[in-house]
Design a protein around this ligand. Structure first.
Ligand code: ADP
Length: 329
């Protein structure tokens, strides 16, 4: 068990390369991340930036191709497949956007939680008090006997959170956990997350596209092109900067594509030290139209002289065919 303020997540230089139909996709490209015990962190960023890939790695559902990933002192890259399975069952809780993915619909809320506890080998005698406590924590004790069809979306998500907490995980992962409920319900779920981290010291990492949800986190990390690019502290002290750019373990910093385009910074830049500042300026004549985002849904700027339109189109078709084959497997 970690002590307060201890690092629960330490990710260094994470790399994840997918092979899709003979084409390599670099979903994580040297990602660094540090999260403390009891922190609530929101991951934001454009579609295709690598957020889900990172969540799968954190949840032990997938293994990065390279890099170091330590969660609560366990080096996930070194765990055997069996150890990774028990990590996934015992150390992590998942709350997905679709409640159907979190829960068994024909069971009551209480039965859902009890089933999970039985599967993890908790003796029935030890279960009752803990199930009651969990139901109280998510304010669902009085509705616990209802099947999920009799509950609203928000109530189902509360039961899902209780289920995710059943095995006392050190880390709770939420993939758009408020994506399918109205804002009032979302706000209640966010208050619940805050309560959970206070009560149990659980570290919470969630992916969101909703700025209001991100605003409820302690830190918002912007993932760009498979790396942590910048972070925003919602509760920064007066003498702390609110928004910072992440410098990775090798000293790399990701210049935002908007700045690069505006200043015409291509593949090289000139760094000049000016007193206590570093000035970054473009190299005259550099071609900045080669700037490229990896996210498939983002504008991909590819210089005409590097890839003509037809070969880029062929490349995209091969990629899509690969994805289709992969999804059917
Ligand atoms: P996000 O969650 O930020 O939308 P993802 O982690 O889902 O991003 O994806 C990052 C990149 O990796 C994207 O280009 C995506 O198409 C690709 N990708 C994700 N999963 C797979 C997979 N299983 N096989 C091939 N490519 C994948």
């Amino acid at each position: 068990m970690s002590t307060p303020d201890a690092l629960v997540i330490e990710a260094d230089d994470l790399l994840r390369v997918y092979n899709a139909g003979g084409l390599q996709v670099q979903a994580l490209q040297g990602l660094d991340l540090r999260v403390r015990r009891g922190e609530i962190v929101a991951l934001v960023g454009p579609s295709g930036a690598g957020k889900s890939t990172l969540m799968s790695a954190l949840g032990g559902l997938d293994r990065p191709s390279a890099g170091r990933l330590v969660v609560d002192g366990r080096d996930l890259q070194k765990l055997s497949p069996m150890q990774l399975t028990s990590y996934r069952r015992e150390q992590v809780g998942f709350v997905w956007q679709q409640t159907s993915r979190n829960l068994l619909p024909y069971l009551s809320g209480r039965d859902n939680i009890e089933l999970l506890l039985s599967l993890s080998g908790t003796a029935p005698a030890d279960q009752a008090a803990w199930v009651d406590e969990l139901l109280d924590a998510v304010a669902m004790r009085e509705h616990a006997g209802r099947t999920l069809g009799e509950l609203s979306g928000g109530q189902q998500q509360r039961i899902a959170i209780a289920c995710a907490l059943a095995n006392r995980p050190v880390l709770l992962l939420g993939d758009e956990p408020t994506g399918e409920v109205d804002w009032q319900t979302a706000a209640a779920i966010l208050r619940l997350f805050d309560e959970v981290r206070r009560r149990y010291g659980t570290t919470i990492v969630m992916v969101t596209h909703d700025p209001r949800v991100a605003a409820a986190a302690d830190r918002v990390i912007d993932i760009r092109d498979g790396r942590s690019s910048s972070e925003l502290r919602n509760r920064a002290a007066a003498d702390e900067p609110r928004e910072t750019w992440i410098v990775d373990a090798s000293g790399r910093i990701q210049l935002p594509i908007e700045f690069r385009q505006a200043l015409g910074i291509g593949r090289r830049a000139v760094l000049t030290r000016v007193d206590d500042m570093i000035r970054i300026t473009p190299v005259p004549g550099d071609d900045h139209t080669t700037i490229r985002r990896t996210g498939m849904d983002d504008p991909v700027l590819i210089a005409d002289h590097l890839y003509d339109d037809r070969s880029a189109q062929r490349e995209r078709w091969r990629w899509l065919r690969g994805m289709f084959r992969w999804r059917r497997r």
